[in-house]
Design a protein around this ligand. Structure first.
Ligand SMILES: Cc1cc2nc3c(=O)[nH]c(=O)nc-3n(C[C@H](O)[C@H](O)[C@H](O)COP(=O)(O)OP(=O)(O)OC[C@H]3O[C@@H](n4cnc5c(N)ncnc54)[C@H](O)[C@@H]3O)c2cc1C
Ligand code: SF4
Length: 486
């Protein structure tokens, strides 16, 4: 156990953010670099090393949280990093981006603020990189088997790293020009600087994983040809089909899916553009959708110099405390103030867009909405509440409906889908086609990075067993696991 009295002597203290007016001038991560290290050992000492550590159960990866809290408390960073990597290939991603269901499940959170598990995680891994502790782990011998991984998001990267380390020769196919999936082109730089992906890719290359970018399986290379070339395939193609808003005026210029808008801002940071082809500069911006993707649009629009930013959400505003039907240790739906929301803008709840209005050149100028309420369990417009708000750039951030069906990948492999439209798989993450596995959002539906990594690790085990008859790789989850999360 860390310090038996740690939780009595120290309150919860989290990473410090840079002042809003300073951080809006750049795209760097919002936190003050180095602000965690002076406080993190004390924060780790708050861990009670519970007999039943509910934090474990809250984490899809089964992270060994009390163990690395103890090492962080003792400042044995090398041991802490070893324990962290025992269950998670990419703690620098989850330590920055995870909504931390472990903290919702922390026993201390029953009557005190939870242990800052996510901050401890990111401190351990940043320290490990800085001290050269994160080294390539090339396999001692090769199996002679080959695997193609389709998609380089967190699920594909985790599967590829596990399979490479197990001795297979792995090639990752990615249709985008750079590796990383939504980590690279969805999540903005101010939430995670892309250098963190780049150094992991360097580690993976040094271990032997090969990357082939700019190739879309189904379109540029037939799925059937890929299958002939490799002994097994892991599909980690994400759930990239975005939900649309088919209301009058949707065709006007200036209305974009979030994933048309956000990647261009990230490409500016990569040096591909000087100014983004779609910019919020000087415009009244409306973001439709109150989730994380919407918040990323809010933060991006502010950095681009929007005249105003309004975020619309059809559901009522969540409460600030747990609702009775979401008791500890479940992951509750709470009102969240993300770093993007600290930076300004207005959030409007319980409203639905009725139509868009444009100018004579076909550019969107106004968004018409009405308030909605639940009547007999159905969201219904409130009469007399219609109004319009200025909207010169609109981004749609209303979620994703499943994996891409337009490139032919599903049909060419002959894959079955489940009742939710995701690629169906068995307990080993194998699809109906022998030797073809699926991991991440493509099989689970739109989810989280931590689930994608857990799926990638588990699918790698299924794939390894298919190739060799047995596997020593861990499988943290089953395809149907939902744990304490939605
Ligand atoms: C804007 C945004 C912000 C988010 N923020 C967070 C967050 O803060 N925290 C969090 O936990 N989760 C967040 N998420 C969700 C999280 O990013 C996803 O759950 C996660 O990335 C899924 O990983 P994946 O590997 O399954 O798929 P993806 O990351 O979507 O990667 C799939 C990859 O496959 C490639 N691909 C698809 N089809 C083909 C093909 N036929 N051939 C070759 N390549 C192909 C795609 O180009 C893509 O690179 C966010 C999502 C979005 C959209
Ligand atoms: S539940 Fe909280 S206090 Fe208990 S072991 Fe996990 S992190 Fe520590």
């Amino acid at each position: 156990m860390a310090d038996p009295k740690g939780f009595l002597n120290h309150g919860r203290e989290v990473a410090k953010s840079r002042p809003v007016d300073v951080r809006l001038k750049d795209w760097n991560e919002v936190y003050v670099p180095g602000s965690l290290l002076p406080i993190i050992s004390k924060q780790a000492s708050r861990c009670m090393d519970c007999g039943i550590p509910f934090c474990h159960n809250g984490c899809p990866l089964g992270n060994l949280i009390p163990e690395w809290n103890d090492f962080a408390y003792r400042e044995d960073w090398s041991a802490a990093s070893e324990r962290l990597h025992a269950t998670n290939n990419f703690p620098e991603f989850t330590g920055r981006l995870c909504p931390a269901p472990c903290e919702s499940a922390c026993v201390l959170a029953i009557n005190q603020p939870a242990v800052t598990i996510k901050n401890v995680e990111v401190s351990i891994i940043d320290k490990a990189w800085d001290s050269g502790d994160v080294e390539p782990q090339a396999p001692e011998r090769l199996s002679g088997k080959t695997v193609a991984v389709i998609g380089s998001g967190p699920a594909g990267l985790a599967a590829a790293q596990q399979l490479t380390r197990a001795g297979h020769t792995v090639a990752v196919y990615e249709r985008a020009d750079r590796v990383g999936g939504l980590l690279r082109y969805g999540i903005p730089e101010f939430k995670m600087e892309k250098r963190h992906i780049n150094r992991r890719i360097e580690q993976m290359r040094a271990e032997g994983t090969r990357f082939r970018t700019g190739i879309e399986i189904g379109r540029d290379l037939k799925a059937t040809d890929l299958k002939k070339r490799y002994d097994a395939v892991v599909i980690a193609a994400g759930a990239t089909t975005a939900r649309d808003l088919p209301v009058p005026g949707r065709e006007l210029n200036g209305i974009h899916q979030a994933m048309e808008y956000l990647p261009l801002a990230n490409k500016v940071q990569e040096g591909d553009y000087v100014t983004p082809p779609i910019s919020a500069e000087g415009k009244h911006v409306v973001v439709i959708g109150g989730g994380d993707t919407g918040a990323d649009c809010v933060g991006t629009a502010h950095r681009q110099g929007a005249a105003s930013v309004t975020q619309l959400e059809i559901m009522p505003r969540p409460g600030e405390d747990r609702a009775p039907h979401q008791p500890w240790p479940t992951f509750p739906m709470l009102y969240k103030v993300t770093s993007a929301h600290e930076e300004g803008g207005e959030r409007v709840y319980s409203v639905s867009t009725t139509h868009f209005e444009g100018d004579e050149d076909g550019n969107v100028q106004w968004l018409h909405l009405s308030e909605v309420e639940f009547i007999d369990g159905k969201l219904t417009s409130k009469p007399g509440t219609e109004r319009k708000i200025p909207a010169q750039l609109v981004t749609l951030a209303m979620g994703f409906t499943g994996t891409d069906r337009e490139n032919g990948l599903v049909e060419q492999f002959g894959l079955e889908l489940d009742e939710r439209g995701n690629i169906a798989r068995d307990a080993d993450f194998q699809t109906n086609v022998p030797g073809v596995f699926v991991a991440g959002d493509a099989g689970r539906g739109q989810s989280l990075i931590v689930w994608a990594i857990a799926e990638g690790r588990s699918a790698a085990r299924g794939c390894d067993r298919f190739l060799t008859g047995a596997s020593e790789l861990p499988a943290p989850i089953r395809p149907t696991d939902r744990s304490l999360m939605v």
